[in-house]
Design a protein around this ligand. Structure first.
Ligand SMILES: Cc1ncc(CO)c(N)n1
Length: 215
């Protein structure tokens, strides 16, 4: 089994990648309220996600596996969370306000699901569960870049992070890593990988919808 098989078999993948939130953001027409809501919830999400990445280091057997986890942690803390901190500055949102925002149900469901999968499963299970997150945003960044950018898009720096060579390098490294981890799995292990992947992708759709609904 490999990453492309998981992606291909996932029933909600296209709903995730082509969600209205993403298309409105790319067109620059997304309401600022929705983006603000997303910004705060995604910041909270990324804190938990980084903890999952740290668990990937804990579950690693080799230095090479640990380094993949390390690159993921760096991408979160330096690239993604760094970008949100900049957005907060630019939009006049104090960081304490973000950190004290109550988590939405969609945020709690997704982050705790990932943490549980990471804690209770194998390293391969962990990567099957986090693959939609990292790989999906990489795919979105690549697509938006290929489609060409709108002038004066207030959300351009969000797109730039996911379209950047740095982020694309991390996703390419992760795809290779996932493929190695999934190789030689038994049928029951493959079933579990797909379930983890599909559930996470479903939660990604809910996450975009939460931002559009301000829920
Ligand atoms: C909900 C969600 N999924 C994926 C990413 C990409 O890391 C993100 N920032 N937020």
């Amino acid at each position: 089994m490999d990453y492309q098989t998981l992606r291909h078999n996932c029933p909600t993948w296209q709903d995730y990648i082509n969600h209205d939130f993403v298309n409105q953001l790319a067109a620059g027409t997304l309401s600022t309220d929705s983006f603000r809501h997303y910004l705060k919830q995604d910041y909270l999400y990324l804190i938990h996600y980084t903890r999952v990445m740290a668990l990937s280091v804990y579950k690693s057997d080799s230095l090479a596996q640990m380094r993949v986890g390390q690159a993921g942690i760096n991408a979160m803390l330096d690239l993604e969370i760094g970008m949100y901190v900049d957005f907060c500055k630019q939009w006049g949102i104090p960081l304490e306000e973000v950190e004290n925002t109550p988590e939405s149900s969609a945020t709690i469901a997704y982050t705790r699901y990932l943490l549980d999968a990471a804690m209770s499963g194998s390293l391969a299970d962990l990567y099957a569960a986090i693959a939609p997150c990292l790989m999906g945003y990489g795919e979105i960044g690549k697509r938006l870049k290929a489609e060409g950018y709108q002038d004066d898009n207030p959300y351009q720096s969000w797109i730039d992070v996911f379209a950047s060579d740095e982020f694309q390098d991390v996703t390419a490294q992760n795809e290779a890593h996932i493929n190695t981890l999934l190789t030689g799995a038994t049928a029951s292990q493959e079933k579990k990988f797909q379930q983890l992947f599909d559930t996470a992708a479903r939660m990604e759709v809910n996450f975009w919808q939460m931002a559009l609904d301000l829920s």
